[in-house]
Design a protein around this ligand. Structure first.
Ligand code: PNS
Length: 160
């Protein structure tokens, strides 16, 4: 049976930390769906279509394996998407205890709602301080986001 995992997130924008986690997930699972999800708790910078296209170009540039697809999900529960595509696992990257505290209730809720388990992966510690929200802040204040995001994202943020 093929093991399908979903890596969900806002990806607003995708960072090198995200790419690291996606690549690790693709080595573990047969198929990985990178899913851009609307997070109602956050005010978005980029429209979902831009986030999807930046993810696609970043993954192409990073030569990520071919068992990865990018999709978006804006209506309904995340676990509904998992059920639709036959995924039994969610993958989340964990940078610190703060992430564990944030992710744990959602992981238990998703298991309770639909039996979907969550696997936590540890990214390279080089990315431990990198988050989309800090990248947005650095970019908005005129800083160089090049070290933290794929080239396609840096080009996009610096030109907008
Ligand atoms: O990158 P983010 O913003 O930390 O990602 C959070 C996200 C989008 C994964 C989270 O907001 C989420 O799971 N949204 C789906 C809504 C949902 O299904 N909620 C009920 C179960 S927790």
């Amino acid at each position: 049976m093929s093991r399908i995992a979903v890596v969900p997130g806002s990806f607003d924008p995708v960072t090198l930390g995200h790419i690291d986690v996606i690549e690790r997930a693709a080595r573990i699972f047969d198929q990985v769906h990178v899913l851009v999800v609307h997070n109602p708790d956050k005010e978005a910078l980029l429209p979902i279509t831009a986030r999807v296209s930046l993810l696609e170009s970043s993954m192409r540039d990073a030569h990520l394996p071919a068992n990865i697809v990018v999709a978006s999900w804006t209506v309904g529960l995340l676990v509904d998407y998992c059920t639709d595509v036959g995924a039994s696992v969610l993958v989340k990257g964990i940078r610190s205890q703060v992430d564990v505290a944030y992710e744990t209730p959602m992981a238990i809720m998703n298991r309770s709602l639909a039996g979907v388990e969550t696997v936590f992966l540890l990214p390279d510690p080089a990315h431990a301080h990198v988050s989309s929200s800090l990248v947005r802040q650095v970019a908005a204040l005129g800083g160089d986001v090049g070290p933290y995001v794929p080239d396609a994202v840096a080009r996009f943020l610096h030109s907008n």
